[in-house]
Design a binder for this molecule. Structure first.
Ligand SMILES: [Zn+2]
Length: 301
């Protein structure tokens, strides 16, 4: 494992409101602004960031475009683009890099989902990020790790602007809502991530259990193409809420009110996530599929 040789992180950003209607992160960042001792550690400086202030103000996901799809360099360098979120992305990149020259930054981006995903840590496949996520899972057995290979999708999210990063997804919770239980879980997860980064910096992070399960992103599944006059199609009752449960060929995934059923066709097993996520309706995405692999197999790729 090459993890011990990874450089320390000097600065950690705790980010809320990248999606302005995901209020858990917003509330926690506001709380820590008043009571920061809980998020301070000796080996790094912790900064707070409300990343999309106008969307937070309106309690909506975004103003012009999804901020968490706005960090690709070619988009940031296109000066003709005056979307609010692209402007915010430019400022955040500057904050993460230009204001911390020579320092290594880590972003913890706090999200919620309407899907029944429990507590999920989202990372790319960089070993330091995976090791920190695996450490959190050792402390909180209910945590799952959802990882993405490098792609425009993963490189366009806010975390990509920092040297290291983890996205926190907790659900189900409706959009625009603050709830005590989701707040408590998110608070506990953030404490564990900060402790793991602190251990990483001190080179005392335990080597991760190589058998740790990682759900590697495979693909999105879209709602079936239908004529506009056809009856609406929705997620099948047998799939609803079954995030991270194995899905095999033939299992029903969609239905309509006439009783028609659409079965899953494709490689098996796959593990669905973000089932019936409200934010993805506008992209026609019904859920995403992952492959369940071990941490060891991911690190040896
Ligand atoms: Zn989000």
């Amino acid at each position: 494992m090459p993890l011990k040789s990874c450089l320390p992180f000097d600065t950690v950003y705790l980010v809320g409101g990248t999606h302005g209607n995901e209020r858990t992160g917003v509330s926690l960042v506001q709380h820590w602004g008043q009571s920061p001792s809980e998020i301070q550690r000796e080996t790094f400086a912790t900064h707070l960031l409300l990343s999309n202030p106008q969307a937070i103000e309106k309690n909506i996901r975004f103003i012009d475009r999804d901020l968490n799809r706005s960090f690709l360099p070619r988009l940031l360098e296109d000066r003709r683009n005056i979307d609010y979120e692209v402007g915010r992305a430019r400022e955040i990149v500057k904050t993460f890099s230009a204001e911390h020259p020579g320092k290594r930054t880590f972003a913890i981006d706090l999200h919620t989902t309407t899907a029944r995903m429990g507590t999920t840590l989202i990372t790319n496949t960089v070993p330091a990020n995976l090791a920190i996520a695996a450490q959190v899972r050792q402390k909180m057995a209910e945590v799952r790790i959802y990882s993405f290979d490098a792609s425009d999708r993963i490189n366009s999210c806010l975390r990509a602007a920092a040297d290291g990063g983890i996205g926190v997804e907790i659900g189900p919770i409706p959009q625009g809502v603050v709830r005590h239980d989701t707040l408590a879980i998110a608070r506990q997860v953030v404490r564990q991530i900060l402790d793991a980064i602190d251990a990483h910096n001190r080179k005392t992070l335990a080597l991760p259990d190589e058998e740790t399960a990682v759900y590697l992103h495979d693909r999105h599944v879209f709602y079936p193409q239908q004529p506009s006059s056809a009856a609406p199609v929705f997620v099948h009752q047998a799939l609803q809420g079954q995030d991270y449960h194995p899905l095999s060929a033939g299992h029903p995934i969609f239905q309509n009110l006439d009783g028609r059923i659409w079965p899953y066709e494709g490689p098996s097993p796959r593990y669905p996530v973000f089932i019936n996520e409200a934010a993805y309706y506008r992209e026609n995405i019904a859920f995403s599929l992952t492959r369940r692999i071990t941490l060891a197999s991911l690190l040896s790729i």
